[in-house]
Design a protein around this ligand. Structure first.
Ligand code: BT5
Length: 259
């Protein structure tokens, strides 16, 4: 990644400090370590390549050099934001969707942490926290985006089909500009995190709304239901066959196969 282009792209944003790496294990691991050493709010770790990129439950996230965006933004939550931290994954996902929609694409959020283009995963988000006693001291928002085709892993390594921005926008897509626009979107949306309308905006771009889905939970069990929307904390609201309401707070959503 061209560091001059990167500096230029970020120059007008009110960021804390910025650390750039040609190659790193995981930008989230670096950002978590930095946060425990009093990083400024909105400090950024960005890398051209990750050799140990992480998803949820220690799954692997692939970031080959020269093709993707991999970055972690450190948030030092305000007292007001403390009660809304489970919404932060939505903050990142909405900012990504806005950037893609502004480029004429139809993007959706596959709850909780994926962004889809044409039903394929183009971006993943990993939110992690640093605690101080009972309070969250820092939140790290890790974002991985497949910009060029070379970022997309081989199919046999994936649980869900993947795509890149290049497949929809052509090869002229600039990583630095996408990065700048996502960061600027997160900063602009942040004051809305604590409002009711935040949940409404998030629900509007949820994939599979009104459809029968299955949610695979961390222990491998499945919850089936019709996807209705979101709870105020960002949990997923479903209804089962008896129309009872169910809330799920962790899992992988899939369309339910037709019987
Ligand atoms: C995620 O987890 O989707 C969160 C990914 C977060 C990555 C960013 S990059 C910057 C920061 N530093 C890190 O170390 N991580 C963050 P999850 O929903 O658990 O999905 C993981 C699954 O996505 C894997 O098991 C693969 O099946 C699939 N996958 C891996 N790499 C992919 C890629 N480049 N594109 C699409 N799917 C991928």
């Amino acid at each position: 990644m061209n560091q001059d282009e990167l500096k230029k792209a970020l120059s007008k944003l009110p960021l804390g400090d910025v650390k750039y790496f040609d190659t790193i294990g995981s930008t989230n691991t670096e950002a978590l370590a930095w946060a425990t050493n009093d990083a400024k709010d909105l400090s950024l770790v960005i890398a051209d390549e990750q050799t140990a990129g992480r998803g949820r439950l220690d799954r692997k996230w692939f970031t080959p050099s020269g093709t993707a965006l991999a970055f972690s933004l450190i948030i030092h939550p305000t007292a007001e934001e403390q009660a809304y931290l489970t919404r932060i994954v939505g903050l990142a996902a909405l900012a990504i969707v806005d950037v893609l929609q502004a480029r004429g694409l139809v993007a959706q959020i596959k709850w909780p942490n994926d962004v889809l283009l044409n039903g394929h995963k183009v971006a993943g988000i990993l939110v992690e926290s640093v605690w101080s006693g009972e309070e969250v001291d820092y939140v790290v928002i890790g974002i991985g985006i497949n910009v060029l085709k070379g970022a997309v892993p081989p199919e046999d390594l994936l649980q869900f089909p993947a795509t890149s921005l290049e497949e929809s926008l052509g090869p002229a897509v600039e990583r630095e500009e996408i990065l700048r626009d996502i960061l600027s979107g997160i900063i602009a949306l942040r004051p809305h995190l604590v409002t009711d309308s935040f949940i409404t905006s998030w629900e509007k771009v949820l994939a599979f709304r009104g459809e029968q889905v299955q949610i695979e939970e961390a222990n491998g069990s499945f919850t089936l239901g019709k996807l209705l929307g979101l709870e105020p904390d960002g949990g997923l609201r479903l209804s089962d066959e008896q129309s009872n309401s169910i809330t799920v707070r962790f899992g992988d959503v899939r369309l339910r196969p037709h019987r």
